[in-house]
Design a protein around this ligand. Sequence first.
Ligand code: SF4
Ligand code: SF4
Length: 325
Amino acid sequence: MRIVSHPVLCNYYITYRCNATCSFCDIWERPSPYVTMENVRENLRDLKRLGVRVVDFTGGEPLLHRQLDELLREAKQLGLITTITTNALLYPKYAERLRGLVDMLHFSLDSPIAEEHDRSRGVKCFDKVMESIAVARGLGERPDILFTVFEHNVHQIRQLYDEICCPNDLVLILNPVFEYNEVEAGDKLSEKALQEMTWWGKQKNVYLNDAFIQLRRDGGNHVDDPVCRAASTTLVISPENKLVLPCYHLGTKDFPIENRLYDLYRSREVQELVALEGRLPGCEGCAINCYMQPSFAVELNKYWWKALPSTLKYNRIKGTWKQLF
Ligand code: SF4
Ligand code: SF4
């Protein structure tokens, strides 16, 4: 049973450019402009009218956008919840400007060992993450550590938790890796790794959406009975100011927005594509966290119940979702 019928999230790609070259990501290979302030202003207004509550200014590396603070301020003024995930290379430089503007600030970290993290990111950035943690805490910000869990690094959760998260009082977000397109994500997470993650998810200050684990056990999304609600929960906007459907990763079709996002999203041609969410050939087995998370939040099914404890836990620790009510 669907309990929320309007979109709740916008994945706003403010540029595809990135200053890292992660082995498990191909975004940085795409040529890309930066979004303009004017377009963002128009689109945020329409996102709000459509019922969207959370805007994720993403990329690429969002901190490469020189007006990120202004984009965030604009969103906050409309009462939207803001989130960014950064590789932290530029955070110390811009931290002061971003202060108080990001409700959910995530620093990506793939390993507690500097050389391993730097190798995974293709650039030296472990030290910048550490510096960013100190800078953010000094400014009264409460960043989270976003750890993408692979089969090969699941055993490192302990070290990351003990040496980096606990001493700095940071929430550790466990993000099980997902595959898409031709991007190599390594071996599939084994049952043992899934169990280990589940155990960690119950520990203090660790966030793991248990529905992600359940979905992997179920073989991901199935086209004949989809759990994916990507396009009806999440608007994807590209740096070229286009609405991308049904999700960024499949990106079957895009539509120039031209200052009419509200009408465009509700148009017949877009809604026909929305109806195909989770049902396209590329959707079989899909477990893309960014779209499954909102999908689990709007439909009362077993994934909703699985996701509930972690949502409440994060809410309790961070108080972020209080703003929703
Ligand atoms: S930092 Fe993020 S956007 Fe950049 S290459 Fe890595 S995963 Fe991709
Ligand atoms: S199942 Fe995956 S690929 Fe298909 S629309 Fe949903 S998020 Fe996109």
